[in-house]
Design a protein around this ligand. Structure first.
Ligand code: ARG
Length: 658
C-alpha cells in the first residue's frame, strides 16, 4: 500500500464540504519534515480557510471531525495556525513492515492501469566510439525501463541508433581515400573512428578558413557599434546599461569563437601531414555529403561498405552495453525507417500539413520560429522525417501508448516540433515525452573533454573507474575494520576484481543518476567512489554490512525468512527505519510519474541514514533477548532487500562482502 496516497484519498471526502475541487488540497498531505510533528502533515486548512474567509484552526477542526483515518492513525492533532499532524498507529507500521517482509515485491503494489511504454534511449550515432555524452541517456533510460517494468507497465526499450546519417558519408569518404588496411584488419572500429575524426578535422579546417574573415568582419562591426553606443550612452539609464552589457558579452563571445577558429587552423598547419591532406582535399565536406547521398540513393558500392561497417560498429557498442549491463528489446536504427520516409512525406502533404518552401518540404506550426523540415531541397529526408516514421511505427506496430525520449536537452526544440506535428498528423492519441537531461562537465565547468580536447571515450572512463575502485577495495585489507569495528572480510584476488567492477561501474552510474537529470553536473572521481555520502559505494557498503552481521551471527537467511517471528518496533529508531522501508513504493511511484531516478537515489540515501541511526541505538546480534534479536535481524534483512532492489532498479549491483 502507498500510505501517502491512501491518506490523501481519505482526505478527499472530508474536503468536499469545503471546496468543489478537493484534489489539490488532498495533495497537501505530505510527509512530515520533522518526526516530532508526526509522520504526515496536512497543510490544506490554511489556504482553504483563506478562500472561505474563516478561521483556519476552526476549519482544521471540522475537517478532522469529518476525516476517517482511525484505522490507520492516532487521533489527528491540530498545531500552530492549522496544521493537521498525523501519526500512524504503531501496529499499522508494524503490520505494513511485516507484510513488506513477507512480500517478494517488498510491499510495492503494481500499478492499477498498466500502460505500454516505448523507451527510446542511448541511441548513439554509430561509427564513432561512444563517449561520456552517451552515459547519461544510457543509464537514465535503463533505470527507467527497469522501474517502469517493476511497477507493472509493459515496456519496449528501443535503441534508436544513428546508423544512416552523415557520419557514414564521412567514413565512406575516409575509407576510400585514407584507409590504413593493416589497421583496419587489426581493429576495424578503431580505424573507422580514426577515419571519422580525420575527415571531421579536415572539413572543420576548411570551414574555419572560410569563417575566419567573416568572423573578423563581424567583430569589427560589433566593436564599432559598441564604441558608438558607449560614447552616447547615458550612464544613469538602466536600460541602456543593460543593452551595453549585452553588446559586450556578444563581443566577448565572438572573440572567443574567433580564437577557437584560429587555433583549429594553427593546429592543422603545424602538422605537415595534415596540412598536405587538407590541401589535397579542399572539397572534403561536400564530397562526404555526396557519399551519404549516394548511400541513401542505393549506390551499390556505398551500400556494400555500409553493410560491412555496420555489424562491426554494433559489436563494439554491444561490448559497452554488456559491461554497463544495459539491455534493449529492440535496436531499430534510423536505417530501419528509410523505406517509410517517402510515404510519411506524401501523407503529410496529402493531409495538408507539409508545404513547399524554398524547394524544401516543411511543416509550419504556429508559435515556432522554425518549421519542421521533412524533406530538403535536394530531396534528402531528415532526422525529423525519420522520427515521424518512428512514431507511426511505434504506435501501429508496437502498440505504444507512451514514448519516452531520453535525449539531451539540446534537442528540446526538435522534440517540441515532433510532438506538435504528430498531434496534427496521427489520429491515434500518443503521449510523447522528452525526458531531457543536462551535460556532463569537467572540473573547468565546461563539457567534459580530455586534455587534448577530445570527447572522453566511454570505455576508457569505465576502465578508469574500475581501476580506481580496485584501489578502494584493495585498501580494505586485513588491518582494517568495518563500520562495526570488526575486521574487514578477507577477500581473494578474484573476488576483489569482481567487486572492483561492481563498485566502479556502479559508482559512475549512481553519480549520474543521483543528480536532477535536467542539471549539468561536474564529473568528480573522488566524490563518486567515496564510501560515505550519497554514492553507490556507500549504499553497497550498507548492504555488505548487513550481510556481515548475518555472517558473524551465523544466520541462515532461509530460516530467518521463513521463521514465524514478527518484526516488533519498540525503539523510535526501529519504527523510523521501518516506516521508511514501507515507503519504498512511494519513491518508485514518484520516479515513474516524473521519470526521475534521482528520487530513488534520494530515497535510498535517506533510508541508509535511518539505518545508521538504528545501528547507533539498537544492537542487533547483542540484543537483550531472542525476540528482539530476531525482529532486528528481520528488519535489517528487509533494509538489505530494499537496497538491493533499489540499486537493481538503478542498474547497480551489490556484493555481500566488500
Ligand atoms: N528518436 C530519437 N531522435 N532518439 C534520439 C537519437 C539521438 C541521436 N542519435 C543523437 O545522437 O543525437
Amino acid at each position: 500500500m502507498n500510505i501517502l496516497h491512501e491518506l490523501q484519498a481519505r482526505f478527499l471526502p472530508a474536503l468536499e464540504d469545503f471546496t468543489e475541487n478537493p484534489q489539490p488540497f488532498a495533495e497537501m498531505v505530505k510527509v512530515s519534515q520533522d518526526a516530532r510533528f508526526g509522520d504526515f502533515q496536512a497543510n490544506c486548512a490554511m489556504p482553504l480557510a483563506k478562500k472561505n474567509g474563516v478561521n483556519p484552526r476552526e476549519l482544521a477542526a471540522s475537517l478532522v471531525e469529518k476525516l476517517d483515518v482511525s484505522d490507520l492513525c492516532e487521533p489527528p492533532e491540530i498545531a500552530g495556525p492549522g496544521f493537521i499532524n498525523l501519526r500512524l498507529k504503531d501496529e499499522v507500521v508494524e503490520s505494513l513492515t511485516n507484510n513488506a517482509f513477507k512480500d517478494e515485491r517488498l510491499g510495492v503494489a503494481e500499478v492499477e492501469t498498466p500502460r505500454k511504454y516505448v523507451i527510446d534511449f542511448s541511441s548513439p550515432n554509430v561509427a564513432k566510439p561512444m563517449h561520456v555524452g552517451h552515459l547519461r541517456s544510457s543509464v537514465i533510460g535503463d533505470s527507467l525501463q527497469r522501474t517502469f517494468r517493476f511497477l507493472g507497465h509493459s515496456v519496449v526499450s528501443d535503441n534508436h541508433i544513428g546508423d544512416w546519417g552523415t557520419q557514414f558519408g564521412m567514413i565512406i569518404y575516409g575509407y576510400k581515400h585514407f584507409v590504413d588496411e593493416a589497421a583496419y584488419k587489426a581493429d576495424a572500429v578503431g580505424e573507422l573512428a580514426r577515419l571519422y575524426r580525420l575527415v571531421n578535422t579536415l572539413s572543420d579546417y576548411h570551414a574555419a578558413v572560410v569563417k575566419i574573415p567573416q568572423e573578423e568582419q563581424r567583430i569589427e562591426t560589433l566593436a564599432g557599434a559598441l564604441e558608438a553606443a558607449e560614447a552616447s550612452a547615458d550612464p544613469s539609464d538602466k536600460k541602456q546599461k543593460k543593452a551595453l552589457k549585452k553588446q559586450r558579452t556578444e563581443l566577448v563571445a565572438a572573440r572567443e569563437s574567433l580564437k577557437e577558429l584560429n587555433s583549429r587552423v594553427v593546429e592543422i598547419e603545424a602538422d605537415e601531414n595534415l596540412k598536405q591532406l587538407a590541401d589535397a582535399h579542399p572539397d572534403i565536406a561536400r564530397l562526404a555529403r555526396e557519399e551519404t547521398a549516394k548511400l541513401h540513393g542505393g549506390d551499390p558500392e556505398n551500400q556494400k561498405l555500409w553493410d560491412e561497417f555496420l555489424p562491426q560498429c554494433l559489436t563494439a557498442l554491444q561490448s559497452v552495453y554488456d559491461r554497463l549491463n544495459v539491455h534493449f528489446d529492440k535496436t531499430l536504427g534510423e536505417s530501419y525507417y528509410n523505406p517509410m520516409l517517402a510515404d510519411v512525406v506524401a501523407d503529410l502533404e496529402a493531409k495538408g500539413l507539409a508545404k513547399e518552401s524554398d524547394g524544401a518540404k516543411c511543416v509550419f506550426i504556429e508559435g515556432n520560429a522554425a518549421p519542421f523540415i521533412v524533406q530538403k531541397a535536394d530531396g534528402a529526408f531528415t532526422y525529423a522525417t525519420t522520427d515521424l516514421a518512428t512514431v507511426k511505427y511505434r504506435v501501429e506496430e508496437l502498440g505504444a501508448e507512451v514514448v519516452l525520449y531520453v535525449v539531451d536537452a539540446r534537442q528540446s526544440e526538435h522534440f517540441k516540433l515532433l510532438m506538435q506535428t504528430v498531434e496534427l498528423w496521427l489520429d491515434t492519441k500518443i503521449d510523447l515525452q522528452h525526458v531531457s537531461f543536462g551535460t556532463v562537465m569537467g572540473e573547468d565547468r565546461r563539457p567534459f573533454k580530455t586534455r587534448s580536447g577530445d570527447n572522453v571515450g566511454l570505455e576508457s572512463l569505465l576502465d578508469e573507474s574500475v581501476r580506481k575502485a580496485r584501489e578502494v577495495v584493495a585498501s580494505n585489507d586485513d588491518s582494517k575494520t568495518d563500520a562495526d569495528g570488526n575486521p574487514a572480510p578477507e577477500l581473494d584476488e578474484e573476488t576483489r576484481t569482481a567487486i572492483a567492477e561492481i563498485v566502479g561501474i556502479g559508482g559512475i552510474k549512481y553519480a549520474d543518476l543521483h543528480h536532477n537529470r535536467e542539471s549539468d553536473y561536474v564529473f568528480d572521481w573522488d566524490k563518486m567512489l567515496a564510501n560515505t555520502g550519497d554514492t553507490a559505494t556507500y549504499m553497497q557498503y550498507a548492504y555488505a554490512r548487513i550481510h556481515g552481521i548475518f555472517r558473524r551471527g551465523g544466520i541462515d537467511l532461509n530460516e530467518l525468512r521463513s521463521s514465524s517471528f514478527n518484526i516488533h518496533l519498540d525503539d523510535p529508531a526501529e519504527r523510523s527505519l521501518a516506516l521508511k522501508l514501507c515507503r519504498f513504493g512511494e519513491a518508485l511511484e514518484s520516479v515513474g510519474s516524473e521519470c526521475r531516478p534521482n528520487l530513488l537515489t534520494q530515497y535510498l540515501f535517506e533510508m541508509a541514514g535511518e539505518l545508521t541511526t538504528f545501528y547507533g541505538k539498537c544492537s542487533v546480534l547483542k540484543a537483550d533477548n531472542e525476540t528482539t534479536k530476531h525482529s532486528r535481524l528481520k528488519l535489517i534483512d528487509l533494509a538489505g532487500r530494499v537496497i538491493k532492489q533499489g540499486l537493481e532498479l538503478l542498474g547497480i549491483e551489490v556484493c555481500e562482502k566488500m
